[in-house]
Ligand binder design. Structure first.
Ligand SMILES: [Zn+2]
Length: 245
């Protein structure tokens, strides 16, 4: 039980995890990790424009549709644990109740690593508030005095996934992950997002560009790995190592 490998992805809206970390999720599922995805909201108000343009649309219908898409995408990525907090979006309600729920999930999952959004996002404050929320909940989960008797959290890395309009977000990658082997899964998951078809090719291009950066940073013409698709992440905490490489 204790050597079970787990990861936790905290996604502001129900599609974010697909574009930004779908490759990492599919890859780690294949490596034997149990990946849990928490969608704080469905993005029902702010990220569902195409659905809202349909006749007779209601908030409940949008949420149902978005949930279905996210579940299908999670299935395509091999995720069997996706949870929907349904706290509303634009803005998210990240009050005490949501915080307690999140800390409970973190302690239950005991992730080896966590993932969330960029620290700064002036276009979508839900995203940056989610990152702050993830850091806060990680901290509380580490506190021995919070719900004493529960298993306290260690120190999982928080990987910040790549935002939209990267240059505006003060986001700078420190890790590139080769997702070539699971690209077909990510592409299938992307296509589950029927409401945001305008983003499909954009994120294919991002993966190809990051593949180029993977090749360059792994040795380039002098022995670099032939990665075709990659995802970039920014890390928050220092790594602890026995040897530099
Ligand atoms: Zn979002």
């Amino acid at each position: 039980m204790s050597d079970k490998k787990t990861a936790l992805v905290i996604s502001a809206h129900s599609a974010d995890f697909v574009w930004r970390a779908g490759g990492a999720i599919a890859l780690h599922q294949e490596k034997g990790y149990e990946v849990t995805v928490v969608c704080l909201s469905y993005g029902e108000r702010g990220e569902s424009a195409k659905l809202w343009k349909q006749e007779g649309m209601t908030l409940e219908k949008v949420k149902t549709e978005r949930r279905k898409e996210a579940e299908n995408a999670a299935g395509a990525l091999g995720v069997n644990d996706i949870r929907f907090f349904d706290v509303g979006d634009y803005p998210l309600d990240l009050g005490r109740e949501t915080q307690d729920r999140m800390v409970d999930v973190i302690r239950e999952v005991q992730p080896k690593f966590m993932m969330s959004h960029s620290k700064w996002d002036p276009y979508n404050t839900d995203h940056m508030e989610t990152t702050q929320f993830a850091l806060q909940c990680r901290m509380i989960a580490q506190a021995w005095g919070h719900n004493p008797g529960q298993k306290v959290l260690g120190a999982p890395q928080l990987y910040l996934f790549e935002p939209h309009q990267t240059e505006q977000m003060e986001w700078k990658p420190s890790v590139f992950l080769d997702i070539t082997d699971v690209w077909e899964k990510k592409w299938a998951a992307i296509q589950c997002m029927q409401g945001q078809e305008h983003l499909w090719n954009f994120y294919k291009n991002v993966a190809e560009n990051r593949g180029n950066h993977f090749r360059r940073n792994s040795g380039g013409q002098a022995g670099g790995r032939a990665a075709k698709y990659a995802e970039g992440f920014q890390t928050i905490f220092p790594r602890t190592v026995d040897e530099l490489e």
